[in-house]
Design a protein around this ligand. Structure first.
Ligand code: AMP
Length: 220
């Protein structure tokens, strides 16, 4: 499946979960751009130091820094890939198209995962992240307590620094004002496919897979 796709949607829509399924079931490379930025911070790179100032407050990292990090990643990775959380501004989408054009490729499909704000708040309030493998879990469903080990790798679980009510409120404002226009950007290009992300993970993935099958048949 030689498809290149982007996963769009508000915080806690399930982009990371669907990206992981694309990786496990279809062999996609499916990096989270938020995780790339956090890795840059951990490595103490100039881009990471810039990024940290923003993402800990729930604000979008400036386009130039984000685009540079994605460009660097793309240089070492051919498709198929599914980018989780990129682009998040129309400026990023335009710059991304230009980079891909130079490589003779393009975004084939943009999956928009929709969920309403009540679901987002509930998911964020119950979300635990493995500090080692990055997998997300719901307290009360996948683990009984925050002190439990990661069910996948045994690592320690913790809250994301930007999963506080204050940072979430800022992330939602950023999403509505800067990221939602990206949905129209891809819709105008005829490659946006929306799926209802408030349903069970497998139901969302089934819808996504149908869109992916159609797109793959058209581009291969
Ligand atoms: P995520 O892990 O996808 O929720 O992203 C966490 C944080 O990383 C976001 O709140 C932003 O501060 C930053 N970030 C991730 N992707 C982008 C992007 N495409 N543009 C700007 N900032 C981003």
């Amino acid at each position: 499946m030689h498809c290149r796709l982007v996963l769009l949607g508000p915080p806690a829509a399930g982009k990371g979960t669907q990206a992981q399924l694309l990786k496990d079931r279809f062999g996609f490379q499916a990096p989270s751009v938020g995780a790339m930025l956090r890795e840059q911070k951990a490595a103490g790179t100039p881009a990471g130091l810039v990024a940290a100032e923003y993402f800990e407050r729930g604000l979008l990292v400036p386009d130039q820094t984000t685009i540079d990090v994605v460009r660097q990643w793309l240089a070492g990775h051919e498709g198929p890939w599914a980018l989780d959380g990129f682009p998040r501004t129309v400026g990023q989408a335009e710059a991304f198209d230009a980079i891909l054009r130079d490589q003779g490729v393009a975004v084939d499909l943009a999956i928009l995962i929709t969920v309403d704000e009540a679901v987002i708040r509930d998911r964020v309030a119950h979300r635990l992240i493995c500090q080692r493998c990055g997998a997300a879990f719901r307290i009360g469903v996948h683990v009984a307590a925050a002190s439990d080990p990661c069910p996948k790798c045994g690592g320690a679980l913790g809250r994301r620094a930007d999963d506080t009510p204050e940072a979430l409120a800022d992330r939602l404002i950023e999403y509505r004002s800067k990221t939602e226009p990206v949905n129209s950007y891809y819709q105008e290009r005829g490659i946006l496919h929306a799926v209802d992300g408030s349903r069970a993970v497998e139901a969302v993935f089934a819808d996504l897979s149908v869109a992916l099958d159609k797109t793959s048949a058209a581009v291969s």
